[in-house]
Design a protein around this ligand. Sequence first.
Ligand SMILES: [Zn+2]
Ligand SMILES: [Zn+2]
Length: 261
Amino acid sequence: MFIDSHCHLDKLDVASEEGGIQAALQRAKDQQVSHVLCIGIDMENIQNVLDIAESHPNVFATVGAHPLYQENKPPSLDELLLLAEHSKVIGIGESGLDYFYCKGDLQWQRDRFVTHIQAAVKTDLPLIVHTRAAKLDTLDLLTEHGQGKVKGVLHCFTEDLDMAQQAIELGFYISISGIVTFNSADELRNVVDKIPLEKLLIETDAPWLTPVPNRGKSNEPKYVVDVAKKIADIKGVSIETVAQATTNNFFTLFSKAKNSK
Ligand SMILES: [Zn+2]
Ligand SMILES: [Zn+2]
């Protein structure tokens, strides 16, 4: 059993005449992908995300504001707290800092990130963090505003081992996407080798970042198995071991998922 811990089901490149999201979830199930976490990115898409989660028993949802879309309306703290009461909402995010794709004065990213950290602390839900080329500020804000209470995951991780270790110290898991299968990702494979399996999650971040050997196709949850396969290769363990560990990790972190139908 595998879990795609980060996916944008509402953005999948699936035609409704071919069964749409329902068919993609069935293809995932056929590959033993049992659950999918569908990620909110702004106030506009949250209703779609909730609709998808409500109509599929093994799909959960999160609410947040993605750091790459300044023009999109982010949820306020009160809106986050209210949305978090929904039985299918098991996490806050994605939110975070991206200094790789965004330039200039990025105080707006930091302000939004702090709001999400506060919501995670207040709701006791895990925070899904998007972080790229912003190591110091990400760790500083989590430390300062998390008050030792925030937990969560650094998703689609591509930073260095030191950042992973510091985040784990703070109570975070590290989620690995299809990037780990890319030819150019030797450094990331080295980091994955050194992070304990007990701290890893797997994800597709679909529709983006399709893993090898399916590059060129649009990504969907079933391909999370290729991420697990690569982690098993790197660590010299069986794919079943990776499947079981990452599934256990998911339910340990996202404990609300256990009671959510
Ligand atoms: Zn992201
Ligand atoms: Zn994402």
